[in-house]
Design a protein around this ligand. Structure first.
Ligand SMILES: C[S@@+](CC[C@H](N)C(=O)[O-])C[C@H]1O[C@@H](n2cnc3c(N)ncnc32)[C@H](O)[C@@H]1O
Length: 264
């Protein structure tokens, strides 16, 4: 699937990202809000939340149902046995959260922020995709279940479709959590040392160089002497060489198209 793939039609119109402010708001629509308790409460993402850099709001999709059983899924037309996420609660929830009128077939109003639908059929998450999403000050994620979403959600509500890879998991919650981590860590101020994210694998188009810590000699396995030299330029040269060599060995596809390489 190509870089520019968005995978939606009319839902796809969104306003350009605002100038990046420190705080990002993320709304998640899920039938299993309890799954979000824990993983995003700790470490760097947890600190981003307490510092006001991330305002994460996880909503129970059933709050936008109107029947006694709070139904969010129904049988697939055409048979086959699988259940499908119904469009009504998803549309109503997004409209409510954004304070916009109901989306209708003849409407063309752009959505004020990306509505990201989790699906194994979407554009695969990579550094470029995470960076693109990190430029928005607000995102909405839709976590699916069963056979996935009614097609009209994809066509007329979602602005982005996001896949974690060519495999299928049982629900969109873990993919949403992983995506939030990948996106939020790229926001200014979230990772203490900004240069740390810049040298991470993929950020500069390469895999990162190997890392070592103390002891310098562990059971006879020693740390490369260039790293112990205390000579800044020598360390930088060693790291650059290692990064390039490692990328060439493991991910030559990342080097194709780089200046000085003829599609190798
Ligand atoms: C069992 S899957 C549905 C798969 C769907 N029937 C298909 O074949 O494309 C249920 C939900 O899990 C989530 N999901 C599963 N695999 C995913 C992946 N690789 N990336 C992102 N979300 C995924 C999606 O939200 C999806 O709607």
């Amino acid at each position: 699937m190509g870089e520019e793939y968005r995978g939606s039609s009319e839902g796809g119109a969104i306003e350009a990202p605002a100038a990046q402010a420190p705080g990002m708001r993320i709304d998640v629509l899920t039938v299993l809000p309890a799954m979000f308790v824990g993983p995003l409460d700790h470490s760097i993402i947890g600190r981003a939340r307490t510092r006001g850099l991330l305002d994460l709001r996880v909503h129970d999709l059933r709050d936008w149902t109107h029947d006694r059983h709070r139904t969010t899924d129904d049988y697939a037309f055409g048979g086959g046995g699988g259940m499908v996420m119904k469009p009504e609660p998803l549309f109503e929830a997004v409209e409510d959260l954004l304070g916009i009128p109901p989306r209708l077939p003849d409407g063309r109003e752009p959505l004020p922020c990306p509505v990201v639908m989790m699906t194994p059929q979407g554009r695969r998450l990579d550094h470029a995709y995470a960076q693109e999403l990190s430029r928005y000050d607000r995102l909405i994620f839709l976590a699916g279940h069963y056979e996935g979403f009614d097609e009209r959600v994809r066509q007329h509500l979602a602005t982005h479709e996001l896949s974690l890879g060519d495999f299928v998991v049982t629900g969109g919650e873990i993919p949403v959590m992983l995506t939030i981590d990948a996106v939020v860590r790229l926001r200014p101020g979230v990772v203490g040392l900004a240069s740390a994210t810049e040298t991470d694998s993929f950020a500069a188009g390469l895999l990162e160089h190997p890392q070592y810590t103390r002891p310098a000699d562990f059971r006879g396995w020693t740390v490369p002497e260039q790293l112990l030299s205390g000579h800044h330029a020598q360390v930088a040269r060693w790291r650059a060489e290692q990064s390039l060599a490692r990328t060439a060995e493991r991910r030559p596809d990342l080097l194709a198209g780089r200046p000085g390489r003829q599609g190798s």
